[in-house]
Ligand binder design. Structure first.
Ligand SMILES: C[S@@+](CC[C@H](N)C(=O)[O-])C[C@H]1O[C@@H](n2cnc3c(N)ncnc32)[C@H](O)[C@@H]1O
Length: 293
């Protein structure tokens, strides 16, 4: 039986094999270590050593072999209707692409996530993007939630008005559905974190497009094999999805626990606020009815 809303502090390959049944997961979000010894790079990224969680685990074996090891487990646990978003830097992209093809995944989109700053360079261009591979098992069956607007409508709307400027709304939706996503990296000044942290906005986008919203109390299950700071778990709490994850570095646990606890408080406060608003609205409408009688 799959235990939900739980993070195991262990190797994800062994963890998935032992704990997760076949075809039980709706969505996988994975941001694996890049195999570039990131632990030693804190200073290049202008981070204070005291604010970086120690023990970031890098890959010692052949990167393609490691990648195939965990990606084939993801293939086994993902439902036929499920999706898998895999984040990769350019340096190991070849190994990742080989591993996903070997596992049997089909690529729906190759998304570019453009962020706002990169590492300082002297004799080359600054890297300011990551690759996000949107992968599925079955291109005819995967779930995709086209959140209340259709890009085709926007295109038609815009082409009817050739020569006139595209409206701000059109532009918003065009950008939203394009496969280049401009999303800022989080700063979280003064907060302790793992050496890399994804923006919540990016992870929420995966969740909202590729997993069902809660229905009759049933939540979709999202797996993150490399939790880091717990960004996926936080986004799941905020968007009412169940999560399950792995993180090999136990030093991440206090940060992850705190981030999840803060998200739960935020959701509870929002719920209380909306209950209070409803209560006040009911009182006002009751009094209005009374005064008319
Ligand atoms: C790029 S970071 C993930 C960051 C995360 N997406 C976030 O937003 O905070 C990769 C994480 O994978 C962990 N890791 C490395 N090898 C692992 C393994 N075999 N199993 C589970 N976690 C592993 C590292 O310790 C690191 O925290």
């Amino acid at each position: 039986m799959l235990e939900l809303d739980k993070i195991y502090y262990e190797d994800c390959i062994q963890g998935m094999a032992e704990r997760i049944p076949d075809e039980s997961i709706d969505l996988v979000i994975a941001d694996p270590p890049f195999g570039i010894n990131f632990d030693k790079m804190g200073s290049q990224y202008n981070r204070k050593a005291s604010l970086v969680i120690p023990g970031y685990s890098e890959i010692k074996q052949d990167y393609e072999e490691f990648s195939h090891g965990w990606i084939k487990e993801v293939y086994r646990v993902l439902k036929n209707t499920g999706s898998f978003y895999l984040i990769s830097g350019w340096t190991k992209l070849r190994e990742i692409l080989n591993a996903i093809a070997k596992a049997g995944f089909i690529t729906v989109n190759h998304i570019i996530w453009k962020y706002q700053f990169g590492v300082f360079t002297k004799r080359k261009f600054v890297s300011s993007h990551y690759h996000v591979l949107f992968l599925v098992k079955n291109p005819k069956k995967y779930y995709f939630n086209k959140i209340d607007h259709y890009p085709e409508d926007v295109m038609n709307l815009s082409s009817q008005n050739v020569g006139s400027p595209v409206s701000a709304m059109d532009e918003y939706w065009l950008n939203y559905m394009e496969n280049v996503w401009e999303i800022k990296r989080p700063y979280n000044r003064g907060k302790i974190k793992n050496s890399t942290k994804l923006p919540e906005e990016l992870v929420e986008k995966f969740i909202k497009y590729s997993s069902r919203p809660m229905e009759n109390g049933k939540k979709a299950v999202v797996l993150d094999p490399f939790m880091g700071n717990g960004t996926t778990a936080v986004a799941c709490v905020k968007n009412r999805r169940n999560f399950i994850g792995f993180e090999i570095n136990p030093a991440c646990k206090p940060t992850i626990d705190q981030n999840i606890a803060e998200a739960r408080v935020m959701i509870r406060d929002l719920r209380d606020e909306s209950r209070e608003k409803n209560r006040q609205r009911d009182i006002i409408s009751f009094m209005e009815k009374g005064s008319k009688q």
